[in-house]
Design a protein around this ligand. Sequence first.
Ligand code: HT7
Ligand code: ZN
Length: 852
Amino acid sequence: PVTVHRSDYRAPDWSIPDIALDFALGIDATKVGAVLSVVRDIDAPVPLLLRGDGLTPAAVRVDGEVWNDWRMEGSDLIVDLGERVAATVEIDTVIDPASNTQLSGLYASGGLLCTQCEAEGFRRITFHPDRPDVLSRYKVRMQGDKAAFPILLSNGNCIDQGEAGSDHWALWEDPWPKPSYLFALVAGDLVVNRDSFTTMSGREVELGIWVRDGDVDRTGHAMQALKDSMAWDERVYGREYDLDLFNIVAVSDFNMGAMENKGLNIFNTRYILADPDTATDVDYDGVEGVVAHEYFHNWSGNRVTCRDWFQLSLKEGFTVFRDQSFSADMGSPAVKRIEDVRLLRAAQFPEDAGPLAHPIRPDSFQEISNFYTATIYNKGAEIIRMMATMVGPERFRKGTDLYFDRHDGEAATCEDFVKAIEDGAGIDLGQFRRWYEQAGTPRLKLSLAEEGGHWSLDIVQTVPPTPGQPEKQPMMMPLRLAAFATDGSGDALADTLVMVTGATQRIALGTFAARPALSVNRGFSAPIIVDFERGPGELAWLAAHDDDPFARYEALQQLMLDTLVAAVSGKAGDNRAVIDAVGQTLEGAASDPAFVAEAVLLPSEAFIGDQMVTVDPDAIRRERLALQATIGAALETKWRAVLAGKAPPATDLSRKAKGGRRLRGVALAYLAATGADDASALAFRIFSDADGMTERQAALATLAHGDSDERIAALDIFYQRYRDNPLVLDKWFQVQAWSLRADTLDAVKELAQHPDFTLANPNRVRSLYGALTGNQAAFHQADGEGYRLIADLVIALDPKNPQTAAKMIPPLGRWKRFDDARAAMMRAELERILARPGLSRDVTEQASKSLL
Ligand code: HT7
Ligand code: ZN
């Protein structure tokens, strides 16, 4: 496969100010007529290079004449335009949406026709440069059978429509120049939830959420989220929506969460449909966050787009930061920060420590679809967050205003963003730019030093080597800290922001009679790993007294982590400090149940493994369950008290109600871990009495870990009730693949043969196999069966859907973290995948890099 390098970027030879597309729609055959008005941007004659993927030109015309001066180079079309400096190039193609199982380009999903063009799907519809720095105004005519496609949607505004026998047609025009990856079209039988929004300048925007008949009652939360997002972007960033119409369409078959096509967002149904009976509180938050994310792209991504795909984090990192800030404002900032950091540690830190590590602005790739990663998105968001932290909200806003003003209508770079923050906020980001260049999670080793009652913090910074980057320079980062005199003597150092820039650095803390309790990296001000030895007493003190909720959470988690790592290493000690700290934290359950639920949750098996030189999945499973049982038993009365009250009504989506339900789920898990006689019966009662999916799913998940009759009954009841609801059926597959039972791998194998399982739907694939790779002890079963299962999946899925197949490979690439026997089996499976003939570029890149 060809490797593309960032350093090879060259501006396009031809621009395309206007495009007219004409679609004659059919599920098995759609005719596409493209009219490109092209303008040469360089002096010397040069042919027009139009990318294609699986296309054959049926006809080529230039300035209205049949044109023969073209050739195919691989999949691409080269049109020789001689000395022309401008021309109208017309190309006809025919595509088959029904056989497009990759879900990239124009494809059929349950009778619906829809598009996914990011990153390089437009070239599967028509020949085009298909690069994000070619921006055009689009006019789209679509015609199709009225009965099969009653609704015809594209970007922008519908400017005309009409009938033609049994067909009808619509003409759409998008006034805003856009790159081809933002093009969208949807045709099919849909119903709409309509609403409107008045912008800050008083313009009325028509809003529509289009779904299948029967689903419209589940679109209310998405609509509210959309209106809240529109108002928030005006208030916080001064950004107003810029068309008279904003449409969202939900489709069942989708490779990612959603897509920000200009004026016509297309969503995975998972991030639109929600009602209390079928969606959990986590699902509701997912809908709100993704609707906001796609809406915010209208400015950070669409009005200012990316020059090339190496700049992907320019739009994704910034937009994730924006959606995180929005969700924090809509709910609890502390809990949102905890969730975001948990995700970063679960998904991005391992990526940054493995063979697929890459900077947030990569230097090269083979297949861009492989770079929609936690690094580009979530670490990218952390980099933006650090800039915001360093300059404060007002100066950050000056920087973003400057960025939007300077680059509106342009295809920009990450450097453009950094420069705008530098100029607008007035800060030197020279050294900070290393975050864009260097991969790997920085580590700060901290120690306290004392001289005559004056205490200081010594920092040693290292950035680990990553593929292609053996040597690293120290990063610049904002570190929020505070120090407390636990005995009440001396000065407390109030919340302070210090800039860490060096490989070594000393920070004065103040005068204390005894060693202060240090609260460090508060709010997770920098996306780093902190090594700092603190005893259980100090951590317990911080868990109880720190005035920063995130730091309280961190202290308790660290205390649990230290206890678990010691136990896994055969150095189990006294659990009293953990039990007391959890008990003490539970005292706050009434006032902030959401925070308490997060804080008392044991660290995940994977995160415990991340602390170890060699991961021992079985010992981790054993010790984590043992500690859960110990805490469960020691605090049984408290867990029972949490469960004794009535659950908040499922229709109550307030912060408190959601927190209450979350804490009940955690309490049930602790109680079940004790093996209490009545635990299964209690879980079954909660399952049966539940008035909504949050309680129902939590109880089902708890039962699914066990071995009771109630488990079998609940799984059956759940299946029978929801077998016709694909999103809920995904949960049924998922809870079984998440199970802590010893026979989970066998269950997954059986479920893969279930009549409701299909490789054609990415949500279903993720619900079974994605859940399995998240189940550490099952995936890493000592006989290597988990690895075989995933490799078999990749091999079977690759010919159908290479993007989704490639996403299953990274867990196999973590072989260096495991014992020799497991590492050898993981490598063998990667090699077995690579030996398959005709493998996609997506899977080839991921599997071959994973072996390094
Ligand atoms: N910007 C969107 C990216 C996306 C995508 C990329 C590759 C293959 C399929 C895809 N579907 C959507 C999603 C987002 O970040 O908003
Ligand atoms: Zn995005």
